[in-house]
Design a protein around this ligand. Structure first.
Ligand code: FA5
Length: 343
């Protein structure tokens, strides 16, 4: 037994001398000192030894255990010290060198293309008398659905599946929730826009993300008509694209507007020929809109017999894609600096 214990020590020393890696040291520790380790087995079996041998072997095994522990620690110290000295050699910093910024090696950062276009849209609308509103990204069911004429049983909820918190709140699926908050804080006549990030539980492809940006717009005044709506939408697109873009207006269903429309623009990626972004149709769905449903006005404590309004929800990512010819929406959140540096 005595020879066996000495042989274990010799084996541990050899194993330690042959390694230079921290992770291998852990394997050695487990092999000799772990729960099923060679030395641990001996210590566990002490009870079966004759009593005259028990205390001698027990003492020896414990001494060897301590020696192996020390040898392991000392090997670890050596490995770590040599790693640090290598790092000091390889990664030293010359503090007397000019900074990259002063030599012009790095260019300054800039706003993400979505923020750039959002600020442009804010400027366009504030110049037309609109106020900018904000709202929380984690919303209540009431603001995101209920007060937009989408009660819990309404099938329109299926089109905007989302992420729910355990206490019954949700990640807002659209900036339309800001409309409802706007009606609580503003009395007609008013004009507001609400930009923000929205979330949907959906499969991604070239034109769909689970996290994207919208700008909501709402105007409430006397006798607002579809003509007002079209006027403001045309101004917006002309200012953004700096040219007339071909649009089409088709009926669209949203429970919070009546009538509701989908405003599509001619795909600027493929010039209407058909591509993955426009799903080969030549048109990109960009700007759903309509006249505010009387129920929504009622939820906002606004009398629909006295006041009417229009609302729209612009998809910002797709607008940026059209402006710069970006062929896949997933680039926006890719975190690839080479993508954002182009704008
Ligand atoms: C809405 O979100 C309505 N709240 C818009 C609205 C507001 C209608 C006010 C009427 C009045 P929709 O789900 O179609 O509608 O989304 C609006 C726009 O967001 C789309 O036209 C599109 O540009 C963009 N969008 C929608 N889903 C995605 C997605 N998964 N990824 C990227 N952009 C999207």
């Amino acid at each position: 037994m005595e020879e066996k214990i000495h042989a274990i020590y010799a084996a541990a020393e050899t194993a330690l001398s042959q390694t230079t890696k921290e992770e291998e040291i852990e394997e050695i520790r487990v092999r000799f000192l772990g729960r099923k380790g060679e030395l641990t087995q001996i210590l566990r079996g002490l009870g079966e030894l004759p009593s005259e041998k028990r205390s001698f072997i027990g003492k020896l095994a414990n001494e060897i255990k301590t020696k192996i522990e020390h040898a392991i620690q000392s090997k670890l110290d050596t490995i770590r010290a040599s790693r640090f000295s290598r790092l000091i050699d390889e990664e030293w910093i010359d503090v007397s060198l000019d900074s990259p910024r002063s030599t012009g090696e790095y260019s300054r950062g800039h706003l993400h293309p979505i923020s750039q276009i959002q600020y442009e849209i804010e400027d366009i609308f504030t110049s037309m008398g609109f106020t900018i509103l904000d709202g929380p990204e984690v919303e209540t069911d009431y603001y995101n659905f209920e007060a937009l004429n989408i009660p819990w049983y309404h099938p329109a909820r299926d089109m905007q599946d989302t992420f729910w918190t355990e206490d019954g709140n949700l990640l807002r699926t659209h900036t339309s929730a800001i409309q409802v908050r706007g009606m609580e804080t503003h009395r007609p006549p008013f004009r507001v826009i609400g930009p923000g990030r929205v979330f949907r539980y959906e499969a991604t492809d070239a034109s769909h993300e689970n996290t994207f940006y919208q700008v909501e717009g709402m105007m409430v005044d006397r006798e607002i008509s579809v003509a007002h709506l079209i006027y403001f939408m045309k101004v917006l697109l002309r200012e953004i694209f700096k040219t007339e873009v071909t649009i089409r207006l088709r009926p669209g269903y949203f429970p919070f507007v009546e009538p509701g429309f989908e405003l599509d623009i001619h795909c600027l990626i493929c010039n209407g020929k058909g591509c993955s972004v426009c799903k080969q149709s030549g048109w990109v769905e960009l700007l759903p809109c309509g006249l505010v449903h009387p129920n929504v006005l009622r939820y906002g404590n606004i009398d629909p017999d006295q006041w009417s309004g229009f609302a729209f929800g612009l998809g910002l990512n797709r607008l940026v894609m059209m402006r710069y010819g970006i062929n896949d929406i997933r680039h926006f959140l890719s975190g690839d600096i080479r993508f954002v540096c182009q704008f």
